[in-house]
Every structure is written in C-alpha cells, then in structure tokens.
Design a protein around this ligand. Structure first.
Ligand SMILES: N[C@@H](CCC[C@H](N)C(=O)O)C(=O)O
Length: 278
C-alpha cells in the first residue's frame, strides 16, 4: 500500500494534498521538495497535509483540538503560516470526502482559525489584513515602493503604473527586499489598478518562486491599494495569471472567494517515498 495523495489547485496555484488522519506521516522538508519537483515528483507549488489539530503539538493556542489542521509547506520545504488558495482546496477536500458534513465550518492554520463556506466556489474569512509599514522591492535593477501587509504571512505590495510594465517584469529572479523589514522573507506582489474595483497582479512567493496565483497575496494587494486611497474598507476582483478571485477588506476581517479544483488522486509509491526521506 502506497501513500494516498490528491492533486488540486486554486486559480492554478497547485498543491499535493496528503491525508494524514492519524498524524503519523513523516513529512520532512526533503520529501516536500521532491514531491513538488515537476520532474522528479508530482509537481506543485506546495503541500497541504490534512491532519487532526490535536496531533499538531506546535499549533497556535487558539486552534482547538477538534478541528482539521492545514499543515502547509512551500515547495522548497519551508513552513508558512497561511495559504489562501490552499485553504480553499483543503476545505473542498474535507467536504468532498465527508470528513466535514456542514458547508460552513472552521479550519485550523498556523495563522489561527479560519472560517470557510464551501459552495461552487469557496469563501474564506482571512482574518484582519494589517498594514505594517512600507519598504522597497528591487526587480530588474529598478526599485519599486511597496506597502507591507501581514495576512498571517508577510507581503510587500508594489503598485505599478500600467499592464505593460507588469507583463514585462522578470520574476524568474527573486525580487530583492530589505531583510531588516522582512527577517523571515516576504511574498512580493506587483499590482496594476485597472478599475477602482479591479486589480491585475503577479506574485513572487517566498519559498516557491513566481506562481500563477497567491490567495493571501490578493488580499494583501487589495488592502495595500485601499491603504493608498486612505481607507481600510472595500472590495475588488483580482486577475492573476491563473484566473480571478474576489476579495473584500474590512477593518477587522477580510474575505477571499475563488475556485478550488481537484485534478487527480492516487497513491505515492512506497519505495519512492522511503527513498525521498533519506
Ligand atoms: N500561495 C499561497 C501562499 C503560500 C505561502 C507563501 N509562499 C509564504 O511563504 O508565505 C496563498 O495562496 O496564499
């Protein structure tokens, strides 16, 4: 018997989902890296381990024992606090498999408890998106001013003047940032405001590289743009290379709505898994 897995995505930000109902899966950084490798493994931006919260000793104190916990890992094996696209896929998995029977329920994450509503699309209460300051990102030799926003994980939102500039950015090289402002690294969003309630965005994710979407990044982007207008409240659609999501931002709560899709399920080869851990 191999290791069960599913492969899914939210606006083409893709994940390997590993059900771990007993909390016994030894998910080392080396195993995450090879699983996410698009040639040596299944290929994905990250891994979502589905584990009972009570089996996660280092979870935040506010996450109760009886929730399912999203143990999210970036493709480079690092741990991140939150993943907005991942939590939608995670919620869809819990409903599809009958592990949760309601359509509205809560999930434990390293950023705290998140409420989800599973319908054709999935809506997530993303908590409060906090503006924490400003900083610079440097890409292609040019520095761009940005707003630092924390959505559980850190983001730097840089607004560009037009879509041509956005399209021409080379994000195959990580943007440089100030490590004094972001000691744990940062996700960097580049955004164009196409209409007052419509943004276009590209993102370079910490621990992954350029991805086709970042859910927490879209919430950060809307928050950063609203902050530039002097407000903490508003809503917008965000077009990313992998599709479209909808974001609302309020002083105490933000929400993210978008698709969550499964494309495959199967078993990882046990010999491959054992070797990947060496
Ligand atoms: N793709 C995610 C964010 C994943 C974590 C991020 N790379 C980090 O290290 O903070 C999303 O949809 O939010």
């Amino acid at each position: 018997m191999g290791i069960p897995f599913l492969k899914g995505h939210g606006t083409e930000n893709d994940f390997v989902v590993l059900p771990d109902p007993d909390g016994t899966l030894d998910l080392t950084p080396a195993r995450v890296r090879v699983l996410c490798d698009r040639r040596a493994g299944l290929g994905a931006d990250g891994v979502l381990r589905v584990v009972p919260a009570k089996a996660v000793a280092d979870r935040p104190a506010e996450v109760p024992d009886d929730l399912w916990f999203m143990d999210y890992r970036n493709g480079d094996g690092s741990v991140a606090e939150m993943c907005g696209n991942g939590v939608r896929v995670f919620a869809r998995y819990l409903v599809d498999t009958g592990l949760v029977t309601e359509r509205e329920f809560t999930i434990g994450t390293r950023a705290g408890v998140r409420t989800v509503i599973v319908d054709d699309e999935v809506t997530v209460g993303m908590g409060r998106a906090r503006v924490t300051g400003s900083s610079l990102a440097t890409v292609g030799g040019a520095s761009v001013a940005g707003v630092a926003v924390n959505v559980g994980n850190p983001h730097l939102v840089c607004v560009l003047e037009d879509a041509d500039k956005l399209a021409s950015l080379d994000l195959s090289v990580p943007p440089a940032y100030d490590p004094a402002v972001f000691p744990d690294g940062v996700n960097v969003e580049f955004v164009v405001v196409e209409a007052p309630d419509r943004l276009r965005m590209r993102v370079h994710e910490r621990g992954v590289g350029e991805t086709r979407s970042c859910g927490t990044g879209t919430v950060a982007a809307v928050t950063g743009v609203l902050y530039g207008r002097g407000t903490h409240t508003g809503e917008a659609t965000v077009d990313i290379p992998g599709g479209r999501v909808r974001v609302t931002v309020g002083p105490e709560q933000s929400t993210l709505s978008g698709p969550a899709v499964f494309v495959a399920r199967g078993e990882l080869d046990q010999v491959w898994w054992d070797r990947a851990g060496e």
